[in-house]
Ligand binder design. Structure first.
Ligand SMILES: [Zn+2]
Length: 379
């Protein structure tokens, strides 16, 4: 606890009162300096500080000789070593729990809330830190189906936007949460509170998609931009670790599908015979070659390989942008075109659904976030 009551410095530049946080009926004055060297004074209520912060409570309970107490404007004054902007934000939030304004789509929210999180952690205002963690968490999908819905909605908004040659509005990515800010802010205080979907989202994009560059160009980038510069070494290691782990899983996708190619004798009885009969009733040019399920499954999994090779830089695309969950979702979506019998369809669908679910469930392990809270205080 660095806060102290020290003797007045008569040489100090004349301090000014905070515009809204100088309450006439306050019984304590807090002084904080800013980078410019100017001092700002807040007149607050000890009851409020003591109610929420055990650190302030202890400090305010310290027995003091009446003659020792330095006063300002008739009440005791306390000098805080913290930056004035941080103190202003912290006190605003203490007096107004809905401060700062929260928008679930605001990409800047973690950065806006950081000064508050910093002092709330330092002064142990648990309700405040939990509230901010909850808000940041609520900006990210908590379940696999929420994640898929988020990606589908982004993809449709993105295709609408890129269809316009000169989009009249800023890129959709600037109106949805940005992963690096959430990760870097939360991890400074409690790595167990990092939203997993933020890390997974980050792993599906690459460092060439820079947030500031995209803003500067005013274009909708090909992939989700991030504030890469905010990530510290530990988070970069988690990012690469998770990215490689996901791309390794990605390379098993064909095998997962191919495993369901079974001999025709194991197909739903009568299914292929019925299809052959139906085909015979069509015009010659509409008839399709009747293939057993195993062959259809093989050609579907070959298509995945082909698509990846056609990507040009296969190694790069797998490592940098593999979105295993959405790729698996696309395959599930495409499955009706594979012409499988009900039995093969059901086993292939389960295999793909398991793949998505197990990827989602292993995110903490893949990104090295499985351990419980490692709390640190970066003041
Ligand atoms: Zn079959």
């Amino acid at each position: 606890m660095k806060a102290s009551r020290h003797t007045a410095n008569s040489e100090a530049r004349r301090p000014s009162h905070h515009q809204s946080l100088y309450f006439k009926d306050g019984d304590l004055v807090i002084s904080a300096s800013g980078k410019s060297g100017k001092t700002l004074l807040y007149r607050v209520h000890t009851a409020i500080l003591a109610q929420f912060s055990p650190i302030f409570r202890d400090m305010l309970l310290l027995p003091t000789e009446t003659s020792d107490i330095e006063k300002y404007d008739g009440v005791p004054i306390v000098y805080l070593p913290d930056d004035q902007n941080d103190v202003s934000e912290f006190l605003q939030a203490l007096y107004n729990p809905s401060y700062p304004k929260f928008d679930p789509c605001d990409p800047d929210y973690p950065l806006t809330a950081e000064p508050i999180l910093k002092l709330a952690t330092k002064y142990e205002v648990v309700s405040m830190t939990e509230h901010i963690f909850d808000q940041i968490k609520s900006q990210w999908p908590a379940t696999l189906s929420d994640y898929i819905n988020m990606e589908l909605s982004l993809a449709s908004r993105r295709s609408c936007q890129t269809a316009l040659e000169n989009p009249p509005f800023p890129s959709i990515y600037f109106s949805c949460p940005e992963p690096a800010a959430a990760i870097s802010v939360v991890s400074k205080y409690d790595t167990s509170k990092i939203p997993l979907a933020a890390f997974y989202t980050l792993s599906t994009t690459g460092q060439k998609y820079s947030w500031s560059k995209a803003k500067e160009l005013g274009q909708c980038p090909q992939n989700r931009p991030a504030r890469w510069e905010l990530l510290d070494d530990a988070n970069l290691v988690r990012y690469f670790k998770g990215k490689y782990a996901v791309s390794e899983l990605h390379s098993t996708l064909e095998a997962v599908i191919a495993r369901n190619a079974r001999p025709p004798s194991e197909c739903t009885p009568g299914y292929h015979a019925a299809r052959a009969k139906f085909n015979m009733s069509l015009e010659w040019e509409d008839r399709q070659m009747i293939k057993p399920c195993a062959e259809n499954i093989s050609s579907a999994s070959e298509k995945i390989v082909k698509r990846r090779i056609c990507d040009g830089s296969e190694a790069v695309s797998v490592v940098h942008n593999a979105n295993l969950i959405m790729k698996t979702y696309e395959l599930l979506d495409d499955m009706p075109n594979w012409e499988l019998c009900p039995s093969c369809r059901s086993s292939t669908r389960s295999a793909l659904q398991d793949m998505m679910k197990s990827t989602w469930d292993s995110l903490p392990m893949l990104f090295g976030l499985e351990k419980a809270s490692t709390r640190s205080n970066p003041s």
